[in-house]
Design a protein around this ligand. Structure first.
Ligand code: NAD
Length: 289
């Protein structure tokens, strides 16, 4: 048996087209385009690439993209002041402060300063709390994208055994909340979990969000399971070249799973598409308020 590949690129393209349609409608109704502002502090190369990709995708769906690139030495107070200005700016519907921030800045403090109605990353404690208690919220983009792909593969997941590996606030915890809201039976595994293999073997759905290359072995996968690999690990090959790889041993898992996401080309593209969807959602909610 060979798993069906879940094509994140194609699914993301479809979602971006859907968002572009919503943006056109928004413009026709409100005579302005939704605006997403991204703030980058410092010169982390990977972050700069992500910010560039987010800006391009934002413009492509007809939204206004604004970027603030600040030096690594920016004082925390100055960043908080910029966030306050963006909160007050009526043309800004979404604010995203690219993580990680330099060590002298308290990321939690900055996230908490963002207006929850503009928190398109879904990291503000108010949005995290609403998601946890099942109220409508801006939901973190990566787990939102994972859920869309799981639903596309499996349809109704009520009662399914779901295993989320990783308990970060960005991926693992919100993923578990979304799966719980979709009526799956959810287990969260983490660095202290005993016998990860046994948990994986029971799961109809496995979401791996750890950051350890090939942690999840193919032989552990329950035959027919849906495997979502969030991991993005850059490894060096014997040739000296580097490549991106996931948390799942793809070659082993593809022989047992029913559906599987590749890395790259799976979760990554969906994350940006969900950011655009969140920005349109925030703009629509603000316009109706
Ligand atoms: P994190 O470091 O914040 O959390 C990792 C989690 O893995 C922790 O909860 C830890 O308890 C758990 N863990 C560590 N070792 C483990 C083990 N041996 N067994 C079980 N659990 C273990 O990471 P994160 O921000 O949640 O990101 C996880 C991965 O997902 C990273 O590779 C990251 O690059 C990737 N990521 C990808 C996207 C995307 O868009 N594709 C978005 C966010 C994160």
């Amino acid at each position: 048996m060979s798993a069906v590949l879940i094509d994140g690129k194609a699914r993301a393209a479809a979602l971006r087209t859907e968002v572009a349609g919503g943006v056109a409608q928004f413009v026709a109704t409100h005579a302005r385009a939704p605006g997403l502002t991204v703030v980058l502090v410092g010169d982390d190369a990977a972050s700069a690439v992500y910010v560039g990709a987010k800006g391009k995708a934002t413009r492509e769906v007809g939204m206004i993209s604004t970027e603030h690139r600040l030096p690594a030495t920016t004082p925390e107070a100055e960043l908080l002041e910029l966030v306050a200005q963006l909160n007050a700016d009526t043309a800004v519907d979404g604010i995203l402060v690219q993580l990680p921030l330099p060590a002298h800045i308290d990321a939690d403090k900055v996230i908490a300063a963002i207006d929850p109605a503009k928190d398109v990353d879904g990291f503000h404690p108010i949005n995290a709390g609403k998601l946890a208690i099942g109220q409508p919220a801006l939901v973190p983009c990566t787990p939102s994208g994972c859920l869309l792909m799981i639903r596309e593969a499996l349809g109704n997941i009520s009662g399914a055994e779901a295993l989320v590996i990783g308990r970060s606030s960005i991926v693992g915890k919100p993923m578990a909340a979304l799966l719980t809201a979709a009526s799956a039976t959810v287990t969260i595994a983490h660095s202290r979990t005993r016998d990860l293999a046994a948990h994986v073997a029971r799961a109809d759905i496995v979401v791996a969000a750890v950051g350890v290359p090939h942690l999840v072995q193919g032989a552990w996968i329950k035959p027919g399971a849906c495997v979502i690999d969030v991991g993005m690990n850059r490894i060096t090959l014997p040739s000296g070249k580097t490549k991106l790889t996931g948390d799942v041993d793809f070659d082993g898992a593809v022989a047992r799973a029913g559906w599987i996401t590749p890395v790259p080309g799976g979760v990554g593209p969906m994350t940006i598409a969900c950011l655009l969807a969140n920005t349109l959602k925030a703009a629509t909610a603000r316009a109706a308020a």
